[in-house]
Design a protein around this ligand. Structure first.
Ligand SMILES: *Cc1c(COP(=O)(O)O)cnc(C)c1O
Length: 446
């Protein structure tokens, strides 16, 4: 058997009876949020003191369980950096934004972000068990007055009902698992009543901040709403404890597939060795590394950012070196709202017709000989392909490959290239109608 995961309590909690410590309600109501309280657990630095004494700081709240995982004497402790503010948070940087992923712009109704063709993100609360200093949604998260009203919730459900292309709904926030169990169940039930919603996902850091929340009552309730997937959020191996192991075990036994989303954070996990240890421990707790995110361009997070190349280096250090199951996708969530963009090392080195040259993680070079004769599947004349859900105007590059259109043009392209000229004898739109592509209507090919 591999070495067991540890369990830890800060000295000030030594005398708390187990039944209190193991109660999520006790953990929530005993969260630390002031300089005076936090000082009883950690030796604070000047920069931390300054931040904790600042008005209008992004909300601070830390569960007794989670703060206990910090080494109180190490100012660079990787868990500490995620939850204890420092003065660096108040330093602005180039390209910093309030809503860097333009989520609110992509919300047809408050709290529902519909960016991709077949899935939507539903923000169900602004509250969390503990607040991450690099929060991408710090514009609303932590602020109880920004939370979603019952009317807004009804609007979200109504939008989902009216939008049959959505087959996957992702609950986030805030953290859906801090909602009162009855409210969470009401949401799950309302979603399950919509026939076109096939899967429900929950994004939650509660198993990490407050693993005692994953009790039998919760898993028994969640089980009723399958297929249900959960993504947790672990950034450093020190967060993987005996308690988290128990929580993920319960979720897995309830039939819930588990993924992990990490954020690449300077001074926390920006190293291939730490990441390898992290992903190997994650698969031990039945959790598959899903995404590793480049830190967003969000206020307060400047000091956590790394060059993009650090993420490439980390994937280089994982792929081939450890189980494929343990390798996440490195993602840049597009500033301005383009959605998630995967970035990875280059494995294809060169190519000619019928041949590609590839390199593996060790630097071994190989050629893959491609077939000289290949007849591709004719999806235009295939009943199976034609019976699938349409992609509703977001076919993107797939649309180019499918021959649905020939170009994707930047906004204002035609007007700009018209150069204010006249409609003369050589300018005939029919000239630029690609034969055999699209519906034959010129407008459709733009
Ligand atoms: C991340 C995200 C999703 C889910 O994306 P997947 O790549 O399917 O995990 C959906 N909607 C929004 C707005 C998101 O940010």
């Amino acid at each position: 058997m591999p070495e067991k995961f540890k369990s830890q309590r800060a000295p000030i909690y030594a005398d708390i009876p187990d039944e209190k410590w193991n109660s999520w309600r006790w953990q929530l109501s005993h969260r630390l949020n002031t300089l005076e309280e936090i000082e009883k657990v950690l030796h604070l630095t000047d920069s931390e003191r300054e931040a904790l004494a600042t008005q209008d700081l992004f909300r601070v709240d830390i569960t007794p369980y989670f703060i206990s995982l910090i080494n109180p004497d190490d100012p660079n402790d990787p868990i500490r950096k995620q939850v204890i503010p420092t003065a660096a948070e108040m330093v602005p940087f180039t390209a910093m934004m309030e809503d860097s992923l333009a989520e609110d712009k992509h919300s047809p109704v408050p709290g529902l972000v519909h960016r991709y063709p077949d899935r939507a993100l539903m923000l169900v609360t602004t509250q969390c068990a503990t607040y991450c200093r690099y929060c991408t949604r710090s514009r609303i998260v932590g602020d109880p007055s920004a939370t979603f009203s019952r009317d807004e919730f009804e609007m979200q459900i109504e939008y989902l009902k009216q939008t049959p292309q959505i087959r996957d709904v992702l609950l986030s926030g805030g953290d859906p698992l801090v909602l009162a169990p009855k409210i969470l169940e009401r949401i799950l039930k309302a979603l399950r009543e919509i026939p076109h919603i096939e899967i429900i996902r929950i994004g939650s850091r509660v198993p990490v901040f407050m693993p005692m929340r994953i009790d039998n009552d919760l898993t028994t309730m969640l089980e009723k709403y399958h297929p249900l997937w959960i993504n947790i959020h672990v950034n450093h191996p020190n967060e993987i404890t005996a308690e988290l192991d128990e929580a993920t075990d319960k979720l897995a036994k309830a039939g819930i597939p588990l993924g992990n989303q990490s954020v690449l954070l300077a001074g926390v996990n920006d190293c291939p060795h730490i990441q390898r240890d992290l992903v190997q421990k994650l698969v031990r707790i039945k959790t598959r590394p899903y995404y590793l995110y480049q830190c967003d361009l969000v206020e307060g997070a400047g000091h956590f950012r790394t060059p993009v190349a650090k993420g490439i280096e980390i994937i280089e250090g994982l792929r081939g070196h450890t189980s494929g199951y343990a390798v996440p996708q490195f993602i840049i969530d597009a500033p301005g709202g383009g959605g998630k963009i995967p970035v990875q090392p280059n494995y294809m080195v060169s190519s000619s017709d019928h041949k590609v040259i590839l390199r593996n993680y060790e630097g071994y070079m190989t050629t893959y000989e491609e077939p000289e004769e290949y007849k591709s599947h004719d999806s235009k004349n295939c009943a199976y392909c034609q019976s699938k859900r349409p992609e509703m105007g977001q076919t993107g590059l797939t649309g180019l490959l499918d021959g649905e259109k020939m170009f994707i043009k930047p906004e204002g392209f035609d007007l700009l290239h018209n150069r204010g000229g006249i409609q003369h004898r050589l300018r005939d739109d029919a000239k630029w109608q690609p034969r055999g592509i699209g519906s034959g209507d010129i407008e459709d090919n733009n």
